[in-house]
Design a protein around this ligand. Structure first.
Ligand SMILES: Cc1cc2nc3c(=O)[nH]c(=O)nc-3n(C[C@H](O)[C@H](O)[C@H](O)COP(=O)(O)OP(=O)(O)OC[C@H]3O[C@@H](n4cnc5c(N)ncnc54)[C@H](O)[C@@H]3O)c2cc1C
Length: 545
């Protein structure tokens, strides 16, 4: 591998955590009593999908619920691709994980008048696909409640050092360092966005907790950080990546040039909201007997079909036939936010588009949260554990992040105890002859192009021809991006662009290998599931260099 770098000394820790969302922080807190922990995070600490999670976290706590019910609901959503052993592993650990969060200080809403202690009397919500009430929440901002507590706890722990504005560039492995023996993770090269230096972080165990990849699409509900860096780094380091074709799209995100990533809740259709074309025609009855209340993926596909047919950029979600005071009371946040963009939802319909929401695929891990590279663990949205299969059941992702961060922490602690403490010699980053980028605009143009052709060709509805077209465009762009990467000084934007291009490649390749339609992957040329040939994961590995 070509490497670049500077004269900086390495920073040495027992554990390196890449990402400060639920997975990274929970892991850090689990291991911090036993070793020194670095948490690197590429923007501010709370910039994460975790902080944006609304609905809540699924766990079996109600007396009328059971592990078997939660397992069954997850398997049904996963359309034949979940690993049942993994599903049971996650579901059975739900109550214990909730207890751990409550012990740390997370407050979940409880039934009126219930004591604010213990694991009973929670106000459990119900969401699409769940046959029981099992969603713990903190009003409609559950993720923020969790992130705030975890960050406070991490900040207060003397063994945890948090590095904000530090963007991991690539993983360090023994094979890359030219060392003999089984390949193992040694840490990461990390770009300090404030100084522009690339530092060497060495660690005995590394956790990828870098979240999802929604930014590979033009429209996404994800925060800015979701550029799939962890998936790209792990692939380059030789770990297996699976099921990247299964991207979940949320049907309704606000369409407005200044409104980045604002979701319009599905509850609005639950309260009578009607999807219309720009000319005012209600179209959902043509697609499903439940019309606007059809399942999420059916609605997203219908909108996509209408947009492709008309060439329009958005459709309309209309709730104006309901009483204005009801709309204001039922949807106060959406009402206020839309007013800020000049849209009064009590009087005019809302422009909406579907948006990339959750990446079911990622870095393949086992039940210990370990990837195919020894001592490299992955948890949270970056990982592909076998829980979600071809489609994610709502509110299972926060639970999955906790369960696998915990499993990874147990294994990493065992390694710390059992393996001899060697960090291995690693070459510092070599900046080569990289010069200042003369035209940062080039980066943004390429970025925009990838996101646009991914949206148009590898989005909600795919065809063989569209996938082939996307592949050709990507190949041209990748040549350019590789040249930038070696010729110009690294910036976080350039790091993200390179990763975005690789993640786009992984999605296109995975989607092209699956000649059927299943779960979130829908190909018009192969509209039915094919259990004989495709009832298994799609796995990609980098061929040995
Ligand atoms: C709007 C919205 C609502 C949601 N609602 C729910 C819900 O109700 N229930 C549910 O279960 N799930 C929900 N999800 C999904 C869930 O929030 C995420 O899957 C989960 O929070 C992911 O946690 P994580 O720790 O893996 O990653 P994140 O919370 O996204 O954190 C990733 C971290 O990695 C850092 N990072 C990324 N790349 C790098 C790099 N190269 N170097 C250094 N740091 C890096 C980021 O800065 C960030 O700190 C929702 C998602 C969204 C977007």
């Amino acid at each position: 591998m070509r490497t670049r770098g500077g004269p900086l000394e390495s920073r040495d820790f027992d554990f390196l955590v890449i990402g400060s969302g639920i997975a990274g922080l929970f892991f850090a807190l689990r291991v911090a009593d036993h070793g020194r922990v670095a948490v690197v995070t590429k923007k501010r600490a709370a910039d994460s999908a975790t902080n944006w999670a609304q609905g809540g976290i699924a766990a079996v706590l109600a007396s009328e619920d059971s592990f078997d019910d939660h397992v069954r609901d997850t398997l049904v959503a996963g359309a034949g691709l979940c690993d049942e052993g993994v599903v049971r592993f996650v579901v059975e650990r739900g109550p214990e994980m909730i207890e751990a969060l409550v012990d740390l200080g997370v407050e979940f809403d409880r039934s009126n008048g219930a004591p604010a202690e213990g694991l009973e009397h929670f106000d459990l919500g119900r969401e699409g696909g769940h046959t029981r009430r099992r969603i713990l929440h903190h009003r409609d901002a559950t993720g923020r409640a969790i992130e705030t507590v975890l960050l406070d706890r991490a900040a207060a722990h003397p063994a945890i050092t948090l590095f904000e504005n530090h963007c991991a560039v690539d993983l360090l492995t023994s094979r890359r360092a030219g060392l003999d023996g089984e390949d193992r993770a040694l840490g990461a090269y990390v770009l300090d966005a404030c100084t522009g230096d690339v530092e060497t972080f060495r660690a005995r165990a590394t956790l990828l907790a870098s979240g999802g990849a929604g930014k590979v699409y033009l429209y996404t509900s994800n925060p800015d950080i979701a550029s799939g860096d962890g998936m790209a780094m792990a692939y380059r380091a030789g770990a297996a990546i699976s099921n990247m074709e299964f991207m979940q799209f949320h049907p309704t995100c606000l369409y407005h040039p200044q409104a980045k990533s604002f979701l319009i809740t599905e509850a609005m259709r639950g309260e009578g909201g009607i999807l219309r074309t720009r000319s005012g025609a209600a179209f959902m009855p043509r697609y499903h007997e439940m019309a606007d209340l059809a399942p999420r993926d059916v609605v997203a596909r219908a909108i996509d079909t209408e947009l492709k047919r008309s060439g329009d950029d958005w459709v309309l979600l209309d709730i104006t036939h309901r009483d204005p005071s009801f709309v204001r009371e039922r949807f106060p946040t959406i009402h206020e936010r839309c007013l800020g963009f000049g849209i009064d939802i009590t009087r005019e319909p809302i422009p909406v588009v579907p948006a990339a929401h959750y990446c079911c695929g990622g870095v393949r891990t086992d039940l210990r949260g370990e990837t195919e590279v020894r001592n490299l663990f992955a948890a949270g949205e970056v990982a592909s554990t076998g829980l979600h299969g071809a489609n994610r059941l709502a509110s299972n992702s926060l639970l999955e992040a906790l369960v696998f961060a915990n499993a990874a922490s147990n294994e990493a602690l065992a390694r710390l105890r059992d393996e001899k403490p060697s960090l291995g010699p690693v070459a510092p980053w070599n900046p080569g002859h990289a010069i200042e980028s003369p035209e940062a605009v080039l980066i943004h143009q390429n970025w925009d192009e990838i996101r646009r052709f991914m949206w148009n060709n590898v989005g909600i509805v795919r065809t063989d021809q569209r996938l082939a077209r996307a592949q050709r465009r990507l190949e041209l762009l990748q040549e350019e991006i590789t040249a930038y990467y070696w010729d110009f000084r690294l910036t976080p934007d350039l790091v993200e662009l390179r990763n975005l291009a690789l993640v786009a490649e992984l999605v296109i390749r995975s989607a092209s290998l699956r000649l059927e339609s299943r779960g979130l992957h829908y190909n018009l040329d192969h509209p039915e599931p094919d259990d004989v040939r495709y009832a298994s994961d799609t796995i990609l590995r980098r061929s040995a260099a």
